[in-house]
Design a protein around this ligand. Structure first.
Ligand code: NAP
Length: 287
């Protein structure tokens, strides 16, 4: 029965808010498969490996992992990808003949989101050859910094309200330097990429301040990415467009990390089409 075979899940606690079922069931249906992707809560007090073994016995073939389980998932794997190894965190699991293989698509999903949003003008401006400034040092920042390192960015500048947390991330890539949160404008000088990975600007959170000064310091035609996706059009992105930079919204990372997970399970990258994007935006706007 299709309902009990080839099942997939997003594992978290709580996990009811996740948009992953919407995204993956869209792709499963488009591929002519049963939309068997569900939200699967696992209590942080439970034995994570035992919970995965239970899922494998119930017909699950893979899962995504979200807060607070990415590190527990890493510890429970039989094998992990290079990206997962560098982060000590797993967001994608494949269940293969009793073995659990872990990957982490968050950072590459972010990069892919940048690349697919990019136009000729940005390629010509060569953001990869210029410094990058990352705001924030939480879980999402870790994946993004490691990915920028893999992408060969030679000068990665990092700043966070709590400076110590940023300093703890410098080993994730070569050429990462940390500056004070109050020095954002100076740190932005000449950058070809600015990424907001803090929760500032998110619905219900305080705004990110100092935006105009940072945008004015960036190099011409820089990429400005905000991984906050509720709201989708943040004040940072609106101001970036007005300052003639190139704005990349938070759906880029959300959809592309999912597409890379789907590719790990099924061997083909699914299309991020307008219908999916519209369905996701409607869901986000619903709150
Ligand atoms: P996290 O681990 O909790 O990190 C939160 C970050 O925001 C920390 O750097 C924190 O600084 C900073 N921050 C919070 N309040 C602040 C304030 N008042 N002033 C200055 N900095 C503040 O969260 P996360 O998992 O990395 O997620 C961060 C954001 O990214 C969330 O909005 C999340 O929804 C979004 N996200 C998007 C995607 C996507 O696919 N688009 C994926 C993951 C996350 P301190 O260290 O000083 O506390």
């Amino acid at each position: 029965m299709s309902e009990t075979r080839d099942r997939l899940a997003i594992i978290g606690w709580p996990v009811g808010h996740s948009r992953s079922p919407l995204i993956h069931n869209h792709w499963l249906a488009a591929a002519g498969r049963a939309p068997n992707y569900v939200a699967h809560p696992i209590d942080p007090n439970d034995d994570f490996r035992a919970a995965l073994e239970g899922m494998a016995a119930e017909g699950f073939i893979g899962a995504n992992v979200t807060i607070p389980h990415k590190e527990a998932a890493f510890a429970a794997m039989d094998e992990v990808s290079v990206a997962a190894q560098s982060l000590g965190a797993v967001n994608t699991i494949s269940f293969k003949q009793g073995r659990f293989m872990g990957a982490n698509t968050d950072g590459d999903g972010f990069l892919l989101g940048l690349e697919t949003a990019m136009d000729q003008a940005v390629s010509a401006a060569g953001w990869r050859g210029r410094p990058a400034l990352v705001l924030g040092a939480g879980g999402a920042a870790r994946a993004i910094i490691a990915a920028l390192g893999r992408a060969g960015i030679g000068d990665i500048r990092l700043t966070n309200r709590t400076r110590k947390k940023a300093e703890a991330l410098t080993a994730l890539a070569d050429n990462v330097s940390v500056g004070d949160w109050g020095a954002r404008q100076q740190l932005a000088e000449g950058c070809g990429l600015l990424v907001n990975t803090t929760s500032l600007g998110m619905t219900g959170q305080p705004p990110l301040d100092g935006v105009s000064a940072m945008l004015a310091s960036l190099g011409d035609g820089a990429l400005v990415a905000d991984i906050v996706y509720a709201p989708l059009e943040t004040d940072l992105l609106r101001a970036a467009r007005a300052a003639r930079h190139h704005a990349v919204d938070g759906l880029g990372m959300l959809l592309n990390q999912a597409a890379l997970s789907f590719e790990i399970w099924f061997g083909a990258r699914p299309e991020i089409d307008a219908t999916l994007r519209a369905a996701l935006i409607a869901d986000i706007e619903k709150g």
